[in-house]
Design a protein around this ligand. Structure first.
Ligand code: COA
Length: 382
């Protein structure tokens, strides 16, 4: 346990998900992520997370469809937020402008539906296109793909996107979820909590990595260049995007689940070259990081060095690119899924949590009890 970055500090009890970093296991409401991803759709995963009955996925699908249509009907209200250059800023701004219901059974689906509509509208507007209306009868994944691309999505692409949305729907006490819970703990509203979470997710150490992962793959170009390129990055003191994790000491289980999805896409002719490159980059990055850490362990006595492996973002980037999403939309697409997790945590925090109000240790200057003239900061004591 360390207070630096709150590593290992337990801040809440939750029934929603559990991250076992030592064994590389993610459990969502009693199910391993491998049991869910690729097997159920996003609606069923959200129904599970929200503690709805097993047969409730269809009802939730209808609710989400209705929510997407209502969000689009209110386009004029949140359109100004789409001028933002970053998709996460657009999401933050647009959701803040939306009306939300008081009743949680209505409110949470409304926010989840709206997030997909805003993200896709932003992607189109930044390309100089008109936003496309949702179709409430489609699945969330299929409608999102359609709203972004304007094309009828293939079954294989929808399946892959569903796999992604299910995989990242919740993940323990990550930074954005914690941000949402802190806001909820003050008695504030769900939209405020979700907006705070979007701000946290935007950062490259959390959900902002998939775009930079694709930039990295572009820069490397071919697997045979990986070692030299990655070595130069590490020598320059930069981090390798898509590698490392605060909690996992082994490969992130979501990386395996998403890699499987990318293989499925590659067999259907989508993204096969990128997959080969990503696999080569992962292999080299893992080897180089292990060599570096072994060298450090020899020089830094007493310090236990950790092994760095691929995290969720490496294959997220490859999968979302292969299904046809633009690079700038990768982090907003993370929010399109995770927003359901945030809503669940907000509800849980509200039901049984206390105000989150930690302490800090003051290490600033001591109060100068002496003369008024000698203070270096120029502020006169009273
Ligand atoms: N590449 C190179 N070095 C890395 C690294 C990476 N991807 N991830 C961690 N390290 C190194 C750090 O530089 C640090 O070394 P130092 O002690 O010399 O500074 C050491 O490993 C421990 O790092 P620390 O900052 O304590 O890890 P963390 O738990 O705070 O960070 C991440 C976790 C995810 C933020 C970190 O691994 C990272 O920045 N990864 C790249 C960004 C990314 O993929 N983000 C998506 C996360 S899902």
């Amino acid at each position: 346990m360390s207070e630096d970055g709150l590593e290992g500090v337990v801040v809440a009890e939750t029934v929603l998900s559990d991250v076992d970093g030592a064994r590389g296991r993610l459990v969502i409401r009693g199910h391993d992520v491998e049991e869910l991803a690729g097997r159920i759709g996003y609606e069923a995963a959200v129904a599970l997370l929200w503690g709805r009955r097993g047969d409730d996925a269809d009802a939730l699908a209808a609710q989400l469809g209705g929510a997407r249509e209502r969000a689009f009907a209110a386009y004029d209200r949140w359109k100004p937020a789409l001028a933002a250059r970053n998709g996460m800023d657009a999401l933050r701004g647009a959701l803040a402008l939306m009306e939300t219901a008081e009743d949680p059974a209505e409110r949470d689906p409304t926010i989840v539906g709206a997030t997909a509509v805003v993200a896709s509208a932003w992607a189109r507007v930044t390309r100089g296109e008109e936003p496309l209306a949702p179709s409430g009868g489609r699945s969330h994944a299929a409608d999102y793909l359609h709203m972004v691309t304007g094309r009828e999505p293939s079954d294989v692409a929808v399946r892959a996107l569903d796999r992604y949305l299910v995989t990242v729907v919740d993940h323990g006490m990550n930074a954005s979820t914690f941000a949402a819970r802190v806001v909820a703990s003050t008695g504030s509203d769900t939209t405020s909590a979700v907006v705070a979470a979007i701000g946290a997710l935007k950062g490259p150490l959390h959900g902002g990595a998939p775009g930079p992962v694709l930039d990295m793959l572009d820069a490397i170009g071919e697997a045979r260049n990986a070692r030299a390129w990655l070595g130069a990055e590490l020598a320059a003191g930069r981090r390798i995007m898509g590698m490392g994790h605060r909690v996992y000491r082994v490969r992130d289980p979501r990386a395996a689940v998403l890699e499987e999805g990318v293989h499925e896409l590659a067999r259907a002719g989508l993204g096969a070259d990128r997959l080969a490159l990503a696999l080569g980059v992962e292999r080299e990055a893992e080897a180089l990081l292990a060599e570096r850490d072994a060298a450090r362990a020899r020089t830094r006595s007493g310090r236990v060095e950790r092994r760095l492996h691929a995290n969720v973002e490496l294959y997220t980037a490859v999968l979302l690119e292969a299904v046809g999403l633009p690079r700038a939309l990768l982090s907003p697409t993370f929010a399109v899924s995770r927003v359901a997790g945030w809503c669940a945590h907000v509800a849980e925090q509200r039901a049984k949590g206390r105000l989150i109000r930690p302490s800090s240790r003051y290490v600033g200057p001591a109060v100068d009890e002496g003369s008024t003239e000698s203070r270096s900061d120029g502020v006169a004591s009273a």
